[in-house]
Design a protein. Sequence first.
Length: 390
Amino acid sequence: MHAIDIGRIRAETKGCKYVVHFNNAGSSLMPDPVADVVLEHLELERKIGGYEALEQNVERLDGFYTSFAKFFNCESAEIAYVENATRAWDMAFYSIPFRPGDRIITTKTEYVSNYLSFLQMTKRSGVVIDVAPNDDSGQVSLQGLEEMISDQTKLISITHVPTHQGLVNPVEEIGRIANKYKILYLLDACQSTGQIPIDVRKIGCDLLSATGRKFLRGPRGTGVLYVKNSITETLEPPFIDLKSATWYEKNKYKMRPDAKRFENWERYVAGQIGLARAVEYALEIGVEAIWLRVRALGAQLRQRLNQLDKISTHDIGSELSGIVTFSKENESAESIMKRLSRSRINTDVARVTSAQLDMGERNLSEVVRASVHYFNTETEIDRFCEVLTS
């Protein structure tokens, strides 16, 4: 593992000249090599046409699958390009053939869109939602989760890193439980991909969704879905088109045998090329090195905040990520975010409407979410704390 050349990385990140960007859990700053390939392809489309530009970049599009296969430690046939992480997760979840009485095990930190889908499936198919308890650290209890498993358990659905706090769930341990009982395992890696190494073989998940715009530093409107080869044929996407299936007789069609059965024919081509470059960029830097720096910067920011008067941090769990959440006495999260923004410091607000179970149970209506990445610096943390307390 090699050290990250922060000077070079920041020089390749134009946004660093203009803002202190602590909103990487929302949408990170694209590095120049990523933005350049997106703009290059859009310019080509403008000059010669969209179909024709695609034909000239088939190799780059194919590289998307091989790069993600390396990134996730899987086969390229197990990778699908999807327009965003929510749609990727939806394509996986809604392809599962649920029956009345099937049970879904999840956690108190499951992402809001996912939980809404669970609720919809309770109405549509009569499934039952089981929410695993937390352990003393605040993360999901592995013992409690395993004790919930029954013959009716169809799916274990976990968010690796929640959107509203810095917790890192023990996904490999959960994978061992899922595999022990031969239960489908769906992982939402939207906030972890790009800051934490993702090895689907070690994790043991059957399905994984992720986005391009967050810690991968890719374009908006891009996402990826991993589908384990051994289960692909058992899943039929909720909708299909000429990319995912072949219409070979008047009343017959055949699904693709690989993960591309979850794709649409029409896609943001420049975005897919850009996301492929973003993955390559992360691999060039080293995902382990990225995680070490992100985790260290997150811990430093959290420590500094805990030393400030009237500030309370709200991240719980045995392992914490680069997402840091906090509140300040007598000042709303929205006000703090806007005040920081006026000093060109980017953050976001996480609200209870995105995490009813976890934040509701802890009586948190809103928190400021500051999310650091490897291109951030200790000097920026100093600046952040200075403005926060002014």
